[in-house]
Design a protein around this ligand. Sequence first.
Ligand SMILES: NC(=O)c1ccc[n+]([C@@H]2O[C@H](COP(=O)([O-])OP(=O)(O)OC[C@H]3O[C@@H](n4cnc5c(N)ncnc54)[C@H](O)[C@@H]3O)[C@@H](O)[C@H]2O)c1
Length: 322
Amino acid sequence: MTPTEPENVRRVACVGAGVIGGGWVAHFLARGYDVTAWDPAPDAELRLRRLVDAAWPALTQLGLADGASTDRLTVTATLEEAVTDAQFVQESAPEKLDLKRDLLARLDAATPPGVVIASSTSGYPMTDMQTDAEGAGRLVVGHPFNPPYLIPLVEVVGGERTSAEAVAWASRFYEVAGKSVITMDREVPGFIANRLQEALWREALHMVANGEATVKEIDDSITEGPGLRWAFMGPMLTFALAGGEGGMAHMLDHFGPSLKSPWTRLEAPELDKALYDSVVAGCDDAAAGRTIADLVAERDQGVIDVLRATGRLPGARKEAGK
Ligand SMILES: NC(=O)c1ccc[n+]([C@@H]2O[C@H](COP(=O)([O-])OP(=O)(O)OC[C@H]3O[C@@H](n4cnc5c(N)ncnc54)[C@H](O)[C@@H]3O)[C@@H](O)[C@H]2O)c1
C-alpha cells in the first residue's frame, strides 16, 4: 500500500516514551499532529505528560502550529492500539539490540501496510535491527538529538533491506514536520554526529580519569570556546578560517602533521568505579544545586536563544526560504 504523502500526515505514533520518545511526542504535538503513545512502564503516562508540560512553554515561545494542543495526545494501553491508525511511527525504546529487533518486528506486524516506521537508535545499524521483521523494507533509522522538540537535526538512513522509497519518504516527512535532515546513503556506526560526539566524550572521560581536567573545566572549554562557533559554523569551515587567507589548504599544511602528535587517546577508557564516581560527582558539582528540571529549562531557553540569534527559529527559516 502506498503511504500517505508526507504533507498529508496527521496521525503519528510514538512507541517508547522516555527522554527521547517524550521529546518526539512534544515535537509532533507542537507541529499540530494527533499523537498516540505507548510505553510499557507503569508510570510512563505520568512521566510523559510531565515532560510535555515542561517542554510546552519553550514550544509556545518557538511558535505552535495551527491547532497544536497537548489535548491531541492519547496514551494507549497497548502497542497495537497506538499504531493501528498511525501514518508514521517513531520507535524510541531502550538501546538494546534484542529488544529493538523484537519491537520492530511487533510494530511491523501491527502497523498498517506501507506506513514508515523509524527508530531513534543512537547507533545500531538498521541492518542489525530489521532481521525479524517481515516488512523490513519500511524500517528506517531517524536519529534525533536531545531534546527532539528543539534540536533540528535528524539523521536518516536505511538498512540493507530498507527500500529507497522508505528512506526518501522519511526524510521528506521529517522536513515537513519541521526538522533539519541529513540523509545518509550508507550505514556508518554512530551515523555522523554521534561518531563526532563520541570522540569528544571519550577524550573528556580520559581527561577526568587521568586527573587532567575537571568536569567543569571540560564543559567550560567547550561553552567558552569552540562550542560558540559550532552553533552556526561546523568544525570544518571553522578550521578553514583558522588557516587565515590560505584557508583550509594552509590549515592542513600547517597543522596536518600535528594530527600525528599524541593529543588524543583512541581507545575508550576503562569505565571503572573511580572514573564513574568522579564524572557523576563532577556533574553534581557543576549543577551547583540546580535540579534536572532547572537544567532542562535552562538548556531549552539557551537553545531557543541560539536559534533565534542565528536566524534559525522555524518561522525565520521559512521566511528565508530554506
Ligand atoms: N538520550 C539521548 O540523548 C538520545 C539521543 C538520541 C537517540 N537516543 C535513542 O533513543 C532511544 C530511547 O532512549 P531514551 O534516552 O529516551 O531512553 P529512556 O530510558 O529515557 O526511555 C526509554 C523508554 O522506553 C520504554 N520501554 C522499555 N521497554 C520498552 C519496549 N519493549 N517497548 C517500548 N518501550 C519500552 C521505557 O519504559 C522508557 O520509558 C534509544 O534508542 C536511544 O539510543 C537517545
